[in-house]
Ligand binder design. Structure first.
Ligand SMILES: Cc1cc2nc3c(=O)[nH]c(=O)nc-3n(C[C@H](O)[C@H](O)[C@H](O)COP(=O)(O)OP(=O)(O)OC[C@H]3O[C@@H](n4cnc5c(N)ncnc54)[C@H](O)[C@@H]3O)c2cc1C
Length: 324
Protein backbone atom coordinates (compact mmCIF):
# COMPACT_ATOMS: atom_id res chain seq x y z
CA UNK A 1 0.00 0.00 0.00
CA UNK A 2 1.31 3.41 -0.96
CA UNK A 3 0.80 6.23 1.51
CA UNK A 4 0.49 9.93 0.71
CA UNK A 5 1.44 12.59 3.26
CA UNK A 6 0.47 16.25 3.08
CA UNK A 7 3.40 18.46 4.07
CA UNK A 8 2.44 21.76 5.67
CA UNK A 9 4.61 24.80 5.15
CA UNK A 10 3.98 27.85 7.33
CA UNK A 11 5.93 31.10 6.99
CA UNK A 12 8.39 29.36 4.69
CA UNK A 13 9.08 26.59 7.19
CA UNK A 14 8.17 22.94 6.98
CA UNK A 15 6.16 22.00 10.06
CA UNK A 16 7.80 19.59 12.47
CA UNK A 17 4.46 17.80 12.81
CA UNK A 18 4.53 17.09 9.06
CA UNK A 19 7.91 15.37 9.46
CA UNK A 20 6.45 13.34 12.34
CA UNK A 21 3.56 12.32 10.07
CA UNK A 22 5.97 11.45 7.26
CA UNK A 23 8.08 9.29 9.61
CA UNK A 24 4.96 7.43 10.72
CA UNK A 25 3.99 6.87 7.07
CA UNK A 26 7.47 5.49 6.35
CA UNK A 27 7.18 3.14 9.35
CA UNK A 28 3.77 1.93 8.13
CA UNK A 29 4.65 1.56 4.46
CA UNK A 30 7.91 -0.38 5.01
CA UNK A 31 6.40 -3.76 5.93
CA UNK A 32 3.66 -3.29 3.31
CA UNK A 33 6.22 -2.83 0.53
CA UNK A 34 4.59 0.50 -0.28
CA UNK A 35 6.03 3.84 -1.32
CA UNK A 36 5.55 7.08 0.55
CA UNK A 37 4.72 10.16 -1.49
CA UNK A 38 4.32 13.70 -0.23
CA UNK A 39 2.04 16.45 -1.51
CA UNK A 40 3.88 19.76 -1.20
CA UNK A 41 1.49 22.59 -1.97
CA UNK A 42 1.94 26.33 -1.67
CA UNK A 43 3.96 29.26 -2.96
CA UNK A 44 7.71 28.68 -3.35
CA UNK A 45 7.69 25.42 -1.42
CA UNK A 46 9.69 23.19 -3.75
CA UNK A 47 12.97 23.60 -1.85
CA UNK A 48 11.53 21.54 1.01
CA UNK A 49 11.49 18.41 -1.18
CA UNK A 50 15.10 17.75 -0.21
CA UNK A 51 14.25 17.57 3.51
CA UNK A 52 11.25 15.37 2.77
CA UNK A 53 13.54 12.97 0.92
CA UNK A 54 15.84 12.79 3.94
CA UNK A 55 12.85 11.83 6.07
CA UNK A 56 11.96 8.96 3.75
CA UNK A 57 9.70 10.33 1.02
CA UNK A 58 10.21 8.42 -2.23
CA UNK A 59 8.23 10.87 -4.35
CA UNK A 60 7.35 14.51 -3.75
CA UNK A 61 4.49 16.01 -5.76
CA UNK A 62 4.79 19.78 -5.96
CA UNK A 63 1.91 22.13 -6.73
CA UNK A 64 2.93 25.78 -6.62
CA UNK A 65 0.95 28.94 -7.25
CA UNK A 66 1.32 32.55 -6.08
CA UNK A 67 -2.34 32.28 -5.08
CA UNK A 68 -1.32 29.70 -2.48
CA UNK A 69 0.69 32.12 -0.37
CA UNK A 70 -1.98 31.53 2.28
CA UNK A 71 -4.00 28.38 2.83
CA UNK A 72 -6.88 28.06 0.36
CA UNK A 73 -8.85 24.97 1.42
CA UNK A 74 -10.48 24.00 -1.89
CA UNK A 75 -7.32 24.52 -3.95
CA UNK A 76 -5.06 22.62 -1.55
CA UNK A 77 -7.55 19.75 -1.28
CA UNK A 78 -7.67 19.58 -5.08
CA UNK A 79 -3.87 19.37 -5.27
CA UNK A 80 -3.75 16.65 -2.60
CA UNK A 81 -6.31 14.62 -4.52
CA UNK A 82 -4.22 15.05 -7.70
CA UNK A 83 -1.14 13.76 -5.84
CA UNK A 84 -3.17 10.84 -4.49
CA UNK A 85 -4.25 9.94 -8.00
CA UNK A 86 -0.64 9.94 -9.21
CA UNK A 87 0.60 7.82 -6.33
CA UNK A 88 -2.41 5.50 -6.03
CA UNK A 89 -2.41 5.69 -2.26
CA UNK A 90 -4.42 3.60 0.18
CA UNK A 91 -4.04 6.16 2.94
CA UNK A 92 -3.58 9.91 3.09
CA UNK A 93 -2.00 11.24 6.27
CA UNK A 94 -1.52 14.76 7.55
CA UNK A 95 -0.77 16.40 10.88
CA UNK A 96 -3.80 17.37 12.95
CA UNK A 97 -2.89 21.05 12.98
CA UNK A 98 -5.57 23.68 12.40
CA UNK A 99 -4.86 23.34 8.67
CA UNK A 100 -4.63 19.54 8.69
CA UNK A 101 -7.90 19.10 10.52
CA UNK A 102 -9.63 21.33 7.98
CA UNK A 103 -7.97 19.70 5.00
CA UNK A 104 -8.66 16.10 6.08
CA UNK A 105 -12.40 16.65 5.92
CA UNK A 106 -12.17 18.44 2.57
CA UNK A 107 -10.02 15.69 1.01
CA UNK A 108 -12.29 12.98 2.44
CA UNK A 109 -15.32 14.73 0.96
CA UNK A 110 -13.71 15.16 -2.47
CA UNK A 111 -12.82 11.47 -2.58
CA UNK A 112 -16.11 10.30 -1.07
CA UNK A 113 -14.26 8.45 1.68
CA UNK A 114 -13.91 8.74 5.45
CA UNK A 115 -11.62 10.95 7.52
CA UNK A 116 -10.47 10.29 11.09
CA UNK A 117 -9.21 13.36 12.94
CA UNK A 118 -6.56 13.86 15.60
CA UNK A 119 -5.41 10.25 15.81
CA UNK A 120 -2.79 8.98 18.23
CA UNK A 121 -2.21 5.65 16.48
CA UNK A 122 -2.51 4.23 12.99
CA UNK A 123 -1.97 0.70 11.70
CA UNK A 124 -2.67 -1.43 8.67
CA UNK A 125 -4.12 -4.89 9.35
CA UNK A 126 -4.95 -7.23 6.48
CA UNK A 127 -4.73 -4.35 4.03
CA UNK A 128 -7.17 -2.26 6.05
CA UNK A 129 -6.28 0.99 7.77
CA UNK A 130 -7.19 1.35 11.43
CA UNK A 131 -6.83 4.58 13.37
CA UNK A 132 -6.88 5.10 17.12
CA UNK A 133 -8.35 8.35 18.36
CA UNK A 134 -9.27 9.79 21.75
CA UNK A 135 -13.02 10.37 22.22
CA UNK A 136 -15.18 11.71 25.08
CA UNK A 137 -12.53 14.28 25.94
CA UNK A 138 -9.80 11.67 25.98
CA UNK A 139 -11.55 9.37 28.48
CA UNK A 140 -11.54 6.45 26.03
CA UNK A 141 -9.82 5.56 22.79
CA UNK A 142 -11.82 4.43 19.77
CA UNK A 143 -10.34 2.32 17.01
CA UNK A 144 -11.94 3.30 13.73
CA UNK A 145 -11.93 1.55 10.37
CA UNK A 146 -12.81 2.85 6.92
CA UNK A 147 -15.49 1.52 4.59
CA UNK A 148 -13.77 3.02 1.55
CA UNK A 149 -10.25 3.65 0.38
CA UNK A 150 -8.21 5.80 0.70
CA UNK A 151 -8.40 6.33 4.45
CA UNK A 152 -7.80 9.97 5.36
CA UNK A 153 -6.17 10.33 8.77
CA UNK A 154 -4.84 13.35 10.65
CA UNK A 155 -2.24 12.60 13.33
CA UNK A 156 -1.88 14.51 16.59
CA UNK A 157 1.35 16.57 16.68
CA UNK A 158 4.10 15.55 19.12
CA UNK A 159 2.84 11.97 19.44
CA UNK A 160 4.92 10.31 16.70
CA UNK A 161 8.71 10.70 16.55
CA UNK A 162 10.25 12.31 13.47
CA UNK A 163 13.18 10.27 12.19
CA UNK A 164 15.65 11.15 9.48
CA UNK A 165 16.44 8.06 7.40
CA UNK A 166 18.53 9.55 4.60
CA UNK A 167 17.59 9.38 0.96
CA UNK A 168 16.41 11.59 -1.82
CA UNK A 169 12.94 11.93 -3.27
CA UNK A 170 11.99 12.05 -6.92
CA UNK A 171 10.43 15.49 -7.35
CA UNK A 172 7.49 15.74 -9.72
CA UNK A 173 5.50 18.83 -10.67
CA UNK A 174 1.77 18.42 -10.35
CA UNK A 175 -0.02 20.16 -13.18
CA UNK A 176 -3.10 21.24 -11.26
CA UNK A 177 -5.39 23.55 -13.20
CA UNK A 178 -6.46 25.92 -10.43
CA UNK A 179 -9.60 27.92 -11.19
CA UNK A 180 -11.24 30.89 -9.48
CA UNK A 181 -13.75 28.46 -7.99
CA UNK A 182 -10.88 26.83 -6.07
CA UNK A 183 -10.31 30.05 -4.18
CA UNK A 184 -13.82 30.69 -2.93
CA UNK A 185 -12.58 30.64 0.63
CA UNK A 186 -9.44 32.60 1.22
CA UNK A 187 -7.36 33.77 4.15
CA UNK A 188 -7.61 37.57 4.24
CA UNK A 189 -5.38 38.36 7.13
CA UNK A 190 -2.96 36.50 9.37
CA UNK A 191 -2.62 37.89 12.89
CA UNK A 192 0.73 36.53 13.99
CA UNK A 193 1.57 35.94 17.64
CA UNK A 194 4.56 37.80 19.07
CA UNK A 195 7.85 36.85 17.44
CA UNK A 196 10.09 34.48 19.33
CA UNK A 197 7.28 32.79 21.24
CA UNK A 198 7.16 29.01 21.09
CA UNK A 199 3.98 27.80 19.34
CA UNK A 200 1.83 25.97 21.87
CA UNK A 201 0.75 22.99 19.77
CA UNK A 202 4.30 22.23 18.61
CA UNK A 203 6.13 22.88 21.88
CA UNK A 204 7.96 20.04 23.58
CA UNK A 205 7.65 21.74 26.98
CA UNK A 206 4.62 23.72 28.19
CA UNK A 207 4.10 25.60 31.44
CA UNK A 208 0.42 26.30 32.03
CA UNK A 209 -1.26 28.36 34.72
CA UNK A 210 -4.74 28.23 36.18
CA UNK A 211 -6.95 30.15 38.60
CA UNK A 212 -4.75 28.89 41.44
CA UNK A 213 -2.21 31.54 40.42
CA UNK A 214 -4.80 33.92 41.87
CA UNK A 215 -4.13 37.14 39.92
CA UNK A 216 -3.17 38.10 36.37
CA UNK A 217 0.11 39.69 37.51
CA UNK A 218 1.17 36.36 39.08
CA UNK A 219 1.43 34.85 35.59
CA UNK A 220 4.90 36.39 35.38
CA UNK A 221 5.99 33.45 37.55
CA UNK A 222 4.64 31.04 34.93
CA UNK A 223 6.32 33.06 32.16
CA UNK A 224 9.66 33.08 33.95
CA UNK A 225 9.59 29.32 34.50
CA UNK A 226 8.71 28.91 30.81
CA UNK A 227 11.57 31.12 29.70
CA UNK A 228 14.08 29.20 31.86
CA UNK A 229 12.88 25.95 30.25
CA UNK A 230 12.46 27.35 26.73
CA UNK A 231 8.82 26.36 27.01
CA UNK A 232 5.55 27.63 25.55
CA UNK A 233 2.90 28.99 27.88
CA UNK A 234 -0.64 27.71 28.36
CA UNK A 235 -3.65 28.53 30.51
CA UNK A 236 -6.89 27.05 31.75
CA UNK A 237 -10.23 28.32 30.56
CA UNK A 238 -11.03 29.83 33.94
CA UNK A 239 -8.24 32.38 33.56
CA UNK A 240 -9.11 33.02 29.91
CA UNK A 241 -12.75 33.63 30.87
CA UNK A 242 -11.52 36.00 33.60
CA UNK A 243 -9.66 37.96 30.92
CA UNK A 244 -6.30 37.27 32.60
CA UNK A 245 -4.86 35.49 29.55
CA UNK A 246 -5.76 35.43 25.82
CA UNK A 247 -7.72 32.55 24.34
CA UNK A 248 -4.72 31.64 22.17
CA UNK A 249 -3.13 30.21 25.35
CA UNK A 250 -6.12 28.08 26.36
CA UNK A 251 -5.53 24.35 26.56
CA UNK A 252 -8.47 21.97 26.60
CA UNK A 253 -11.65 20.88 24.95
CA UNK A 254 -12.50 24.38 23.74
CA UNK A 255 -8.86 25.44 23.45
CA UNK A 256 -5.78 23.79 21.99
CA UNK A 257 -4.85 20.12 22.10
CA UNK A 258 -1.23 19.59 23.06
CA UNK A 259 1.00 16.56 23.61
CA UNK A 260 4.41 17.87 24.75
CA UNK A 261 7.17 15.82 26.36
CA UNK A 262 6.64 17.82 29.56
CA UNK A 263 3.49 19.66 30.73
CA UNK A 264 3.72 21.62 33.97
CA UNK A 265 0.34 22.62 35.42
CA UNK A 266 0.42 25.41 38.02
CA UNK A 267 -2.75 25.90 40.07
CA UNK A 268 -4.92 24.01 37.61
CA UNK A 269 -7.58 21.74 39.12
CA UNK A 270 -7.59 19.22 36.24
CA UNK A 271 -11.22 19.45 35.12
CA UNK A 272 -12.11 16.91 32.44
CA UNK A 273 -12.30 19.65 29.82
CA UNK A 274 -8.74 20.74 30.60
CA UNK A 275 -7.45 17.15 30.64
CA UNK A 276 -9.03 16.66 27.19
CA UNK A 277 -6.42 18.98 25.76
CA UNK A 278 -3.28 17.73 27.51
CA UNK A 279 -3.65 14.23 28.92
CA UNK A 280 -1.58 12.67 26.12
CA UNK A 281 1.45 14.71 27.28
CA UNK A 282 4.34 12.34 27.99
CA UNK A 283 5.23 13.66 31.47
CA UNK A 284 2.79 15.77 33.50
CA UNK A 285 3.93 17.71 36.57
CA UNK A 286 1.21 19.27 38.72
CA UNK A 287 1.66 21.86 41.45
CA UNK A 288 -1.54 22.37 43.42
CA UNK A 289 -2.28 23.14 47.05
CA UNK A 290 -5.23 20.72 47.18
CA UNK A 291 -4.00 17.10 47.56
CA UNK A 292 -7.36 15.89 46.20
CA UNK A 293 -7.25 17.98 42.99
CA UNK A 294 -8.14 15.75 40.02
CA UNK A 295 -4.99 16.85 38.14
CA UNK A 296 -2.97 14.56 40.43
CA UNK A 297 -4.75 11.52 38.92
CA UNK A 298 -3.35 12.43 35.50
CA UNK A 299 0.04 13.67 36.77
CA UNK A 300 3.30 11.74 36.56
CA UNK A 301 4.73 13.87 39.38
CA UNK A 302 2.76 15.98 41.82
CA UNK A 303 3.76 18.65 44.31
CA UNK A 304 1.20 19.64 46.96
CA UNK A 305 1.74 23.24 47.95
CA UNK A 306 1.42 26.90 47.09
CA UNK A 307 2.55 27.50 43.50
CA UNK A 308 3.60 31.06 44.38
CA UNK A 309 6.16 29.66 46.83
CA UNK A 310 7.23 26.54 44.96
CA UNK A 311 7.69 27.99 41.47
CA UNK A 312 10.15 30.79 42.41
CA UNK A 313 12.23 28.20 44.32
CA UNK A 314 12.04 25.85 41.33
CA UNK A 315 13.18 28.64 38.99
CA UNK A 316 16.18 29.42 41.22
CA UNK A 317 17.22 25.79 41.36
CA UNK A 318 16.69 25.21 37.66
CA UNK A 319 18.84 28.26 36.85
CA UNK A 320 21.65 26.84 39.01
CA UNK A 321 21.37 23.37 37.47
CA UNK A 322 21.21 24.72 33.92
CA UNK A 323 24.18 27.02 34.53
CA UNK A 324 26.40 24.21 35.83
C1 LIG B 1 -18.18 23.01 27.59
C2 LIG B 1 -17.00 23.33 28.43
C3 LIG B 1 -15.77 23.47 27.84
C4 LIG B 1 -14.64 23.76 28.61
N1 LIG B 1 -13.41 23.87 28.00
C5 LIG B 1 -12.31 24.06 28.77
C6 LIG B 1 -11.01 24.12 28.19
O1 LIG B 1 -10.84 24.05 26.97
N2 LIG B 1 -9.95 24.29 28.99
C7 LIG B 1 -10.08 24.39 30.37
O2 LIG B 1 -9.05 24.55 31.06
N3 LIG B 1 -11.29 24.36 30.93
C8 LIG B 1 -12.41 24.21 30.18
N4 LIG B 1 -13.63 24.23 30.77
C9 LIG B 1 -13.73 24.66 32.18
C10 LIG B 1 -13.40 23.58 33.17
O3 LIG B 1 -14.54 22.82 33.49
C11 LIG B 1 -12.85 24.22 34.48
O4 LIG B 1 -13.81 25.12 34.97
C12 LIG B 1 -11.54 24.95 34.32
O5 LIG B 1 -10.60 24.12 33.65
C13 LIG B 1 -11.00 25.32 35.68
O6 LIG B 1 -9.82 26.06 35.57
P1 LIG B 1 -8.76 26.07 36.75
O7 LIG B 1 -8.34 24.67 37.02
O8 LIG B 1 -7.72 27.07 36.40
O9 LIG B 1 -9.59 26.71 37.94
P2 LIG B 1 -10.20 26.06 39.26
O10 LIG B 1 -11.12 24.95 38.95
O11 LIG B 1 -10.72 27.21 40.05
O12 LIG B 1 -8.94 25.42 39.99
C14 LIG B 1 -7.92 26.14 40.57
C15 LIG B 1 -6.98 25.15 41.24
O13 LIG B 1 -5.88 25.84 41.78
C16 LIG B 1 -5.59 25.32 43.05
N5 LIG B 1 -4.96 26.38 43.83
C17 LIG B 1 -5.52 27.47 44.41
N6 LIG B 1 -4.57 28.26 44.95
C18 LIG B 1 -3.39 27.68 44.70
C19 LIG B 1 -2.03 28.01 44.97
N7 LIG B 1 -1.72 29.14 45.64
N8 LIG B 1 -1.06 27.17 44.58
C20 LIG B 1 -1.35 26.02 43.92
N9 LIG B 1 -2.61 25.65 43.62
C21 LIG B 1 -3.61 26.47 43.98
C22 LIG B 1 -6.91 24.86 43.62
O14 LIG B 1 -6.69 23.82 44.58
C23 LIG B 1 -7.61 24.34 42.36
O15 LIG B 1 -7.36 22.95 42.15
C24 LIG B 1 -14.77 23.93 30.01
C25 LIG B 1 -16.03 23.79 30.61
C26 LIG B 1 -17.13 23.51 29.83
C27 LIG B 1 -18.45 23.34 30.50
Amino acid sequence: MNILVFAEVRDGKLKKSSLETLSEAVRLAGPLGGKVGVALVGEGVKAHAETLGRYGAARVFVAESPRLKHYAPEAVAKAVVAAHQKLGSGAILMAATAMGRDLAGAVGALLGTGAAADCTGVSVEGGKVRAKRPVYSGKVYATVGFKKSPAVVSLRPNVFPAKEVGGAAAVEDLAVAFEDADFRSAVREVAATAQGKVELTEASVIVAGGRGLQAPENFKVRDELASVLGAAVGASRAVVDNGWRPHSEQVGQTGKTVAPNLYIALGISGAIQHLAGMRTSKVIVAINKDPDAPIFKAATYGVVGDAMEIVPALIQNLKKVLAS
